[in-house]
Design a protein around this ligand. Structure first.
Ligand code: TZP
Ligand code: MG
Length: 211
């Protein structure tokens, strides 16, 4: 399965703001968007996810729904992102079928191994550094954390770095062996950054292949 190298994680003070930001991300060429609505009623998430599907569908942007695998299926999203306290990826796979993208959150090497054994399609590994975007943040990995984990982990499963990532981090992260990155704040602050980050990611990936 071909997973995008740059994931935009939606942000906003209201569901409408999330949708506006998803719309902008699509306009600026996002290949993959994750709708991440926290502390929101399930019915509101469903309605917002339907609208996010309509927007992303128009641009052929992949849509991943955070946490809610049944909503992901109901709105015909491309995938679901599961945290450690969400449903087990194996159960989600049974429900969603083999064509659905299932991503999982990892904070440690053990988490990564566990998710690989459950056959997720990608792993969101983090946090890279402190970020206000996520509550109850797990311990910071830093570049060294990624280097250590990726040295041990021989896997084809794409590892997506996440947490407080800014432009200047991209090249070093790719060199550490991650496949791609997920960003919320750095993109929401300036959607123009999206194409810049994409170029940087692809250039770094090509460099890595040559070595
Ligand atoms: N999981 C770990 S850090 C994070 C999530 C969802 C937030 C990423 O957002 P930002 O603004 O790029 O730090
Ligand atoms: Mg979750």
């Amino acid at each position: 399965m071909n997973i995008a190298k740059l994931h935009y994680i939606s942000q906003g003070n209201t569901p409408e703001e999330h949708l506006q930001n998803i719309q902008k991300a699509c306009t600026y060429g996002a290949e993959l968007v994750q709708l991440r609505l926290k502390n929101t009623e399930e019915n509101t998430i469903l309605k917002t996810a339907e609208k996010a599907r309509a927007i992303t569908g128009h641009y052929q942007t992949r849509l991943i729904i955070n946490d809610h695998y049944k909503i992901a299926k109901a709105v015909n999203a491309d995938g679901v992102h599961l945290g450690k306290t969400d449903i087990c990826p194996t159960i989600a796979r049974e429900y969603l079928g083999k064509w659905f993208i299932i991503g999982g959150t990892a904070n440690t090497l053990e988490d990564c191994k566990n998710l690989i054994s459950k056959k997720v399609d990608y792993i969101g590994l983090g946090p890279y550094r402190f970020t206000k975007t996520k509550e109850n943040l797990s311990p910071i990995l830093g570049l060294e954390g990624y280097q250590l984990i990726l040295k041990e982990l021989k896997t084809k499963t794409p590892i997506i770095a996440i947490g407080g990532i800014v432009e200047e981090d991209i090249t070093a992260l790719i060199k550490s062996g991650v496949y791609g990155i997920a960003m919320s704040g750095s993109i929401t602050q300036n959607f123009n950054n999206l194409s810049k980050f994409n170029k940087l990611l692809n250039a770094s990936a090509t460099l890595e292949q040559r070595h």
